[in-house]
Design a binder for this molecule. Structure first.
Ligand SMILES: [Zn+2]
Length: 297
């Protein structure tokens, strides 16, 4: 069982992979259901302690360059790997879950790359993103105080994503996984910028806070953001369009609008419409979120 604790030692992608492979083998070797249940319980206790260790020991967080604020937490480098694993492993409830989540993590880790570093969002840019959002939609500040957002800055890129966002079961806490951009040419030639990518992920959080469901989007988006009149509720990627649209609305009219590769396709009327739409969305989300929402990590 001692190996479980080695999550504290993880500081590289290869150590993450070894950790997952080893707990998978250890679990496989257990012969009774009771032993397997006990293993899951101890694994989750360790994961919970790891998160507490990262989030609450201020000396440690300062030493590792992490940033813990009322509004969001930035977790970097080796702590990002540990937090990432702990968050996913904490979702294990049953023996079946164990196999599903370990399988998911193995697949995900197989796409991590540690060479060819490109560009990744910086702490200053994250602060700027939230300033831009609050500048345009002031109620977003209150939302940030009611929900939890962990931003993981990985010392790695991912073959499939520039970043990814996940949510807790109750959609009150969120995790943004930020990687180095997967393709340097994309960054240099096609204008994909970490700021736009980050705001896209925050757009997913807005969508989830509004719908409290995964992979869906509010009907009002089709009715009120009329430039997308071609979209229907069957459109599988409409929630991605929603996230992009949030990013467009935040960056529009700012000196950073050039960072959004889609901005050029919108005229003044479209942009106004999107801003008006999200102004209403953010107000509604804030009004519906309870004030005494307990922040979790
Ligand atoms: Zn997306």
């Amino acid at each position: 069982m001692d190996f479980i604790d080695e999550i504290y030692e993880i500081n590289t992608v290869s150590k993450m992979k070894i950790y997952i492979d080893t707990i998978d083998i250890e679990f496989d070797l257990l012969t009774t259901i009771d032993e397997k249940k006990k293993y899951i319980k101890e694994l989750k206790e360790t994961c919970f302690n790891v998160l507490a260790y990262i989030m609450m020991d201020m000396d440690l967080t300062l030493a590792n360059g992490n940033i813990v604020t009322n509004e969001y937490n930035i977790i970097k480098n080796k702590n990002a790997f540990q937090c990432f694993l702990a968050n996913y492993l904490l979702n294990i409830e049953t023996i079946d879950d164990f196999n599903v989540i370990i399988g998911f993590l193995k697949e995900k880790l197989s796409n991590f790359k540690t060479k060819n570093k490109t560009s990744r969002i910086t702490e200053e840019e994250i602060e700027l993103c939230f300033k831009l959002i609050i500048n345009k939609f002031p109620e977003f500040e209150s939302i940030l105080n009611k929900i939890g957002i962990n931003i993981l800055l990985f010392n790695a890129s991912h073959k499939l994503y520039n970043s990814e966002c996940t949510h807790s079961v109750d959609f009150n806490s969120f995790q943004i996984e930020s990687y180095y951009l997967k393709n340097n040419d994309e960054y240099k030639n096609k204008g994909v910028n970490p700021i736009y990518v980050f705001l896209h992920e925050v757009g997913h959080i807005v969508c989830w806070l509004r719908t409290r469901q995964k992979d869906t989007f509010p009907e009002s988006f089709i009715k009120e953001a009329i430039m997308y009149s071609g979209l229907t509720s069957d459109n599988k990627d409409a929630y991605e369009v929603y996230a992009d649209s949030f990013s467009i609305a935040v960056l529009h009219d700012s000196k950073f609008s050039q960072y959004n590769p889609f901005q050029k396709y919108y005229n003044a009327h479209d942009n106004e419409l999107l801003e008006k739409y999200f102004r209403k969305e953010i107000k509604e989300i804030n009004n519906k979120l309870p004030v005494n929402n307990i922040k979790t990590f």
